[in-house]
Design a protein around this ligand. Structure first.
Ligand SMILES: [Zn+2]
Ligand SMILES: [Zn+2]
Length: 347
C-alpha cells in the first residue's frame, strides 16, 4: 500500500481554507481497524466548517459520516477481518468509566474527541477507528445508504430513545431537511397516527420528497398557516409530539403553539450563535415536555442498521447528490444554493 492518500483538509480557521491534499495514511494501532472509505455523507456541520461558523481545531481532515471496508486489523482486535463492510460510531477517546459512558452515552463523555472537528475526520481514502466503535453492515445495506446512518442514528436516539413516540401520536415535524425527513419516516414506522411536516417555499424540493415518502400532511408555511391546519386536523386539541428540526425561533415557537397541553417536543435543530426568543411562559402553562437531545447513542446505531436491513427506512430518497471526493467544493456551493437534501462523496 502506497503510504499517501487524498484528503480534504481545513488548513486554518476562516472562510473556506479547505484544500485537497496528499497526506499520510493513518497508522492502525493495536486496538483499531484501518477502514478504506467507500462513501462519505456531507453533513450540515461540514458546510458550517467551510463557512467557518463551526468551531474546529485545524489543521484537520473534515467529515464524520462514512462507510467503508476494513483494510487492516490491529493486533488486539479479534472480531473483525480484512474485507468486512463497516461503519463507525464517533465517540473516539470516550473514557468508558464516567457517568455518561456507564449509562450508554459515550457521545457526551467529556473526554470524547469528535472526528472532523477535534481530530482528523473522514473526507479521505482511509481512517483508523477504535474497533469497539465499529459496526458490521449487512449485505443488503449499500455503502451510500450506510454513509447516512449517522444522522439517522441522531434521529433514532433523540426521537425514539429520549422523547419516545407513543402509540397513535399525532406528530408534527418542523423543518424538512434530511434530519426532518428521517424523523418523519421514523414517526410512521413507530406508530404515529398521522404525521405532518412543515417547511417554507425554499424547501419545496424537500417537501416533495416528504410527500413521496408517505407523509400524511405536507405544509408549506410560506403559503398556508400551519397552526390553523394542525388545529383543524386535531379537532382543536393540538399535536401530541413535535419534532423540532429547524433550530429557528419561528419553528420552536410554532411548535410550542401547536402542541396540546402536556404535549412533547423533541428538540434536535441547533440554533445559530445568536440568542433567540422563546415563548417559555406558554410552554410552562401548557405543561409541555421539552426534550433537548444531542448526537447519537451506540444503541441508536444498532436500531438504524436493523431498520435498513429490513428495508423499513428509505435513505436513498434523501440522497440528491453523488460526487467524487474531488468535487467537495461544488457540493458546498450547491448546499449554499439550497439544492442539496443529502450529498454523498465517493473517494
Ligand atoms: Zn453529521
Ligand atoms: Zn466517559
Amino acid at each position: 500500500m502506497d503510504n499517501k492518500m487524498k484528503a480534504v483538509v481545513k488548513t486554518q480557521r476562516g472562510y473556506n481554507n479547505i484544500e485537497l491534499l496528499d497526506v499520510d495514511i493513518p497508522k492502525c494501532m493495536d486496538d483499531e481497524v484501518l477502514i478504506n472509505v467507500k462513501a462519505i455523507g456531507v453533513c450540515g456541520t461540514d458546510y458550517h466548517i467551510y463557512t467557518d461558523e463551526y468551531d474546529t481545531v485545524p489543521p484537520l481532515i473534515i467529515g464524520h459520516e462514512f462507510s467503508g471496508v476494513i483494510a487492516e486489523v490491529g493486533k488486539n482486535v479479534t472480531n473483525f477481518n480484512i474485507g468486512d463492510r463497516v461503519i463507525s460510531e464517533l465517540s473516539v477517546e470516550s473514557c468508558g468509566t464516567c457517568r455518561y459512558c456507564k449509562t450508554g452515552n459515550p457521545q457526551i463523555c467529556l473526554d470524547k474527541k469528535a472526528p472532523g472537528t477535534h481530530i482528523n475526520g473522514i473526507y479521505a481514502e482511509y481512517i483508523n477507528m477504535p474497533a469497539n466503535l465499529v459496526h458490521k453492515l449487512t449485505d443488503n445495506i449499500s455503502f451510500e445508504e450506510a454513509a447516512v446512518i449517522e444522522p439517522a442514528a441522531i434521529v433514532a436516539h433523540s426521537f425514539l430513545q429520549r422523547t419516545k413516540i407513543e402509540p397513535e401520536d399525532f406528530v408534527v415535524v418542523i423543518g424538512p431537511g434530511s434530519i426532518g425527513l428521517l424523523a418523519m419516516q421514523m414517526a410512521k414506522i413507530y406508530g404515529a397516527r398521522k404525521v405532518a411536516i412543515i417547511g417554507m417555499e425554499a424547501d419545496k424540493k424537500r417537501l416533495q420528497i416528504a410527500e413521496k415518502l408517505g407523509c400524511d400532511y405536507v405544509i408549506n408555511a410560506s403559503e398556508e398557516d400551519p397552526l390553523a391546519i394542525i388545529d383543524k386536523l386535531t379537532n382543536g386539541l393540538g399535536a401530541d409530539l413535535v419534532v423540532e428540526c429547524s433550530g429557528s425561533a419561528g419553528g420552536i415557537n410554532s411548535g410550542i403553539n401547536m402542541l396540546r397541553k402536556q404535549g412533547r417536543m423533541c428538540v434536535i435543530g441547533i440554533p445559530g450563535p445568536e440568542k433567540i426568543q422563546v415563548e417559555w411562559k406558554k410552554a410552562v402553562i401548557k405543561a409541555l415536555d421539552l426534550v433537548c437531545t444531542f448526537s447519537s447513542s451506540p444503541l441508536s446505531w444498532n436500531w438504524v442498521i436493523s431498520m435498513l436491513d429490513r428495508k423499513a427506512l428509505d435513505l436513498n430518497s434523501l440522497i440528491s447528490h453523488k460526487e467524487p471526493l474531488e468535487k467537495w467544493e461544488y457540493v458546498f456551493e450547491e448546499t449554499a444554493k439550497g439544492n442539496v437534501v443529502k450529498a454523498v462523496l465517493l473517494p
